[in-house]
Design a protein around this ligand. Structure first.
Ligand SMILES: O=C(O)C1=C[C@@H](OP(=O)(O)O)[C@@H](O)[C@H](O)C1
Ligand SMILES: C=C(OP(=O)(O)O)C(=O)O
Length: 446
């Protein structure tokens, strides 16, 4: 399986002020869904701004293996989909590499087909829980064959002749679980309902509507979302411009805040409110982040962010904010190392089941680099050192986790001593341009 090569360490050093304008690659969540829904819809889908990271390319390969035509012409990806209900059985196992989103959403997409599909991935993905997606699929009539202990990959799905629609209350805040059930509903007669007590990123709902699915969202008095999707309808190819990924933007953004005197602009960042928790938190910490040129692009809010070096102060980050900044806690923890006082992050239980146990990986990385932190079961508190005196000097274990790798390289840019990561390879899963983009802004990483 993938990613068994020799580790490639990287070192980040204290850098002079960062400056310039940057564009981060396309949003990973929207890119995965563009390939999936384009590959499924009838007719042509044209995509610009797609993230060409390894995770998304695996999703593209999976869709091709199930009958979609996907090719790149100039800056555009052009897809001819199979039509809803018409995916073909893949001849070989689908290898999703490091990607939770690609694998879990595809399990939903194909689980209800009367065919067998095998899912494999790297060591990180093979350790992540898949029961959260398999449980609702089983209720719809899907058999899970040969799963590894604890409902882990490798595993094979065998769909029923005809799936049964269900009403499913998502037990944890997870857009992947919500999406998997909705996608399973696309190939199921009748109405499949997903009840979402805590709102998570809504790209699946928005994009499926754009592709012509009969999908409706009602929010009740308690704020609980009820999402209804009618199966076996027609989906039609779309033109999609993928906005910049706010999760990737988090890295240069935090770098500019903690490296004194910096002044950078990050253009065309997705500002969907289910994704902007990091920006909210950093502004509360006193970060100078100007949100400029807010506009609507293809149904999503985007903006340019001007970010300047700032004196940060610690804050309490409420648990309710976790879904809107779930992938950004590692880099927020790094920002907190340079803030005056304590930053307390709460409601972090989902961090334990990402590419690594991110709560533990962050805490160990901070400790290795002289930062003062406390890891709780679902919390992390960090007591900062403005100026970064005494920070750095350690090597961070990245555990096949791209966000751990990038976050600690950012830490090195403002620490007294260099910060080393044991392997940079995983950065290519979500942000292949990271090293070049950071170097162009003046960051010293090698
Ligand atoms: O639906 C998506 O595109 C994603 C959902 C989140 O995962 P969970 O659903 O596990 O919270 C997030 O961490 C992941 O990077 C992308
Ligand atoms: C959690 C992440 O991705 P995934 O679940 O798709 O592997 C991430 O990108 O931080």
């Amino acid at each position: 399986m993938s990613h068994q090569a020799v580790p490639q360490p990287a070192v980040a050093r204290k850098s002079k002020s960062l400056s310039g304008t940057a564009r981060v690659p396309g949003d990973k969540s929207i890119s995965h869904r563009s390939f999936m829904f384009g590959g499924l819809a009838s007719g042509e889908t044209r995509i610009t701004g797609l993230l060409e990271g390894e995770d998304v390319m695996r999703t593209g390969d999976a869709m091709k293996a199930m009958g979609a035509h996907i090719e790149k012409r100039g800056p555009e990806w052009i897809i001819k989909g199979t039509g809803n209900g018409a995916l073909l059985q893949a001849e070989a196992p689908l290898d999703f590499g490091n990607a939770g989103t690609g694998s879990r959403l595809t399990m939903g997409l194909v689980g209800t087909y009367d065919m067998e599909t095998t899912f494999i991935g790297d060591a990180s993905l093979s350790g992540r829980p898949m029961g959260r997606v398999l449980d609702p699929l089983r209720q719809m009539g899907v058999q899970v064959l040969n799963a590894s202990p604890g409902d882990r990959m490798p595993l094979t799905l065998r769909g029923p002749r005809q799936a049964a629609p269900i009403s499913y209350r998502v037990p944890m805040a997870s857009a992947q679980v919500k999406s998997a059930v909705l996608l399973a509903g696309l190939n199921t007669p009748g109405i499949t309902t997903v009840i979402e007590p805590v709102m998570t990123r809504d790209h699946t709902e928005k994009m499926l509507k754009g592709f012509g699915a009969n999908i409706e969202v009602q929010t009740d008095e308690q704020g609980v979302r009820h999402i209804f999707i009618e199966g076996q309808g027609k989906l039609t190819g779309q033109v999609i411009a993928v906005p910049g990924d706010p999760s990737s933007a988090g890295f240069p953004l935090v770098a500019a805040l903690i490296v004194p005197g910096s002044d950078i602009t990050i253009e065309n960042v997705l500002m969907n409110p289910t994704r902007t928790g990091l920006i909210t938190t950093l502004i509360e910490m006193g970060g100078s982040i100007e949100i400029l040129n807010r506009r609507n692009a293809g149904g999503e809010d985007v903006a340019d962010l001007r970010v300047r070096g700032s004196e940060l102060k610690g804050v309490k980050v409420p648990a309710e904010r976790a879904p809107s900044m779930i992938d950004e806690y590692p880099v927020l923890a790094v920002a907190a190392c340079f803030a005056e006082g304590e930053t307390l992050m709460q409601g972090l239980e989902e961090l334990r089941v990402k590419e690594s146990d991110r709560l533990a990986a962050v805490a160990r990385g901070l400790e290795a680099n002289g930062a003062d932190c406390t890891e709780g079961e679902t919390t992390l508190s960090v007591r900062g050192t403005p100026g970064g005196k005494g920070l750095g000097g350690g090597t961070v274990k990245t555990h096949l986790d791209h966000r751990i790798a990038m976050s600690f390289l950012i830490m090195g840019l403002a620490s007294e001593k260099p910060v080393t990561i044991d392997d940079q390879a995983m950065i290519a899963t979500s942000f292949p341009e990271f090293m070049g983009l950071m170097a162009d802004l003046g960051a010293e990483i090698e």
